[in-house]
Design a protein around this ligand. Structure first.
Ligand code: AQP
Length: 331
C-alpha cells in the first residue's frame, strides 16, 4: 500500500483553515493509503513556544485529530520529538542541502520578513527537517497545499542529492497530493492574510474547539463590506473578505462558489452570516464536543501517542539506520 506522511504544528489550537486545507482531507485519505500523521512539535519550536502551552497544544491537537476522524489504531499518530529518527536524518540533510536552495524558500522569507537576523536557525533549515520527516518513512505521497509545494520539491532534491553523493538508489521520489478543493482560508479580520492558529487575534480564526456561541460571535464580527452578494464569482474579485466567507460556506457545504452565490445572490451579510454560522456550527461543533470528552482522559491520549511513536519508530529506524551506515557512521 502507498504510504502518506503528513504533519501539523502544535503551535496553537487548529483552526478552520487547518481543517479544510488538511485534516478533513487526511480523514478521507485513510481509506486508500497507509497514513502516518505527525504532530510536528520540533517544527513548532522554530518560533518561540511557551513549554506549558506546547504540551497543552500537542495533547489538544491529538484529541482534535481523533475527534475529526483520524483512526490511530489502523494508522499512526504520534508527536515528532518522540521518534529520534527525525532529528538524526534532519541533521544528515542539513549537511546535504546547499545554502542556495534554502535561500530560495519563500516560506522562510515570508515568516522571517525583514527581521531575518533575529530568527532561529531552525526556521531556516525547517525544510530539511520536513524532508527528513517524509523520507524517514520512505513515504510515497504527501498531501500538501500550494504553500508547501516548494518544500516538497526540496525534499526530492535532498533525497536525490543524497543518492548521488553516496552512489546509491536509496531515497524514492515523493509525489505531492494536492487536495481536490484546496481552499485557502483567510483571516476573518483581513481577507488578504491567511487564517493562522498563531495569529495574535483569536477573532481572526475559528478554532476547532470553539462552541456554537463563540463561532456565531466571530462570524458576526467578521470583516465584510456593505454590498450584497453578487450573482457570479467575478463580483467577488476585489472583495477578499466577502470571497473568503463564501469560500468557507462552499467548502463546508460541499458546494461550488457558483452554487452558493446562486442560492444567496442579492442577500446582505446579515442573513448570509446567519446561514454561514449554521453551516460552520454543524461541521465544527461536534469536533469540539468530542475533543472535550477525549481531553478528560489524558492518560489514554498519552498512551495513544506513545503507541503511535513506537509504531512510527519501527518503520523509520531501519531506514534511518541504513542512511547513517551509508554516510559512514559507526553502528
Ligand atoms: N488558512 C489556511 N487555509 C488552508 N489550509 C491551511 N493550512 C494552514 N492554514 C491554512 C494547512 O494546514 C496544514 C497544517 O499546517 P501547519 O500547522 O503545519 O502550519 P501552518 O500552515 O503554518 O498553519 P498555521 O495555522 O498558519 O500555523 P502557524 O500559525 O503556527 O504558522 C498545512 O497543510 C497547511 O497548508
Amino acid at each position: 500500500m502507498q504510504r502518506i506522511f503528513s504533519g501539523i504544528q502544535p503551535s496553537g489550537v487548529p483552526q478552520l483553515g487547518n481543517y479544510l486545507g488538511a485534516i478533513r482531507n487526511w480523514v478521507s485519505l485513510q481509506a486508500d493509503y497507509e497514513c502516518i500523521f505527525c504532530l510536528v512539535d520540533m517544527h513548532a519550536i522554530t518560533v518561540w513556544q511557551n513549554p506549558d502551552e506546547l504540551r497543552k497544544h500537542t495533547l489538544t491537537q491529538a484529541a482534535i485529530l481523533l475527534a475529526a476522524g483520524i483512526d490511530a489504531q489502523k494508522h499512526v499518530l504520534f508527536n515528532q520529538s518522540a521518534v529520534s529518527a527525525h532529528a538524526r536524518l534532519g541533521w544528515i540533510f542539513n549537511c546535504v542541502t546547499r545554502l542556495g536552495w534554502l535561500n530560495r524558500m519563500t516560506q522562510f522569507k515570508d515568516k522571517a520578513g525583514k527581521d531575518r537576523e533575529n530568527h532561529s536557525s531552525g526556521l531556516y533549515v525547517y525544510p530539511n527537517l520536513m524532508a527528513a520527516d517524509i523520507l524517514a518513512y520512505k513515504a510515497t505521497h504527501v498531501p500538501v497545499g500550494e504553500d508547501q509545494k516548494q518544500h516538497l520539491e526540496l525534499t526530492n532534491d535532498v533525497g536525490q542529492k543524497f543518492n548521488h553523493d553516496y552512489g546509491v538508489d536509496f531515497f524514492p521520489q515523493v509525489e505531492a497530493l494536492i487536495p481536490p478543493a484546496a481552499a485557502r482560508i483567510m483571516s476573518l479580520r483581513d481577507g488578504t492574510k491567511k487564517m493562522s492558529k498563531s495569529d495574535p487575534s483569536a477573532q481572526s480564526r475559528i478554532e476547532l474547539t470553539d462552541d456554537a456561541d463563540t463561532i456565531s460571535l466571530k462570524i458576526r464580527r467578521a470583516k465584510t463590506d456593505a454590498d450584497a452578494l453578487p450573482a457570479h464569482p467575478d463580483g467577488l474579485a476585489d472583495r477578499p473578505e466577502a470571497r473568503n466567507l463564501v469560500s468557507i460556506y462552499a467548502a463546508l457545504a460541499d458546494m461550488t462558489v457558483e452554487q452558493v452565490l446562486e442560492a444567496h445572490q442579492g442577500q446582505g451579510f446579515g442573513p448570509f452570516k446567519a446561514a454561514l454560522t449554521e453551516v460552520v456550527v454543524n461541521a465544527i461543533a461536534p469536533i469540539g464536543q468530542e475533543t472535550t470528552r477525549l481531553l478528560q482522559d489524558e492518560t489514554h491520549l498519552l498512551q495513544t501517542l506513545r503507541s503511535g511513536a513506537q509504531r512510527a519508530s519501527a518503520i523509520a529506524e531501519p531506514i534511518v539506520s541504513e542512511a547513517e551506515k551509508l554516510v559512514g557512521f559507526l553502528k
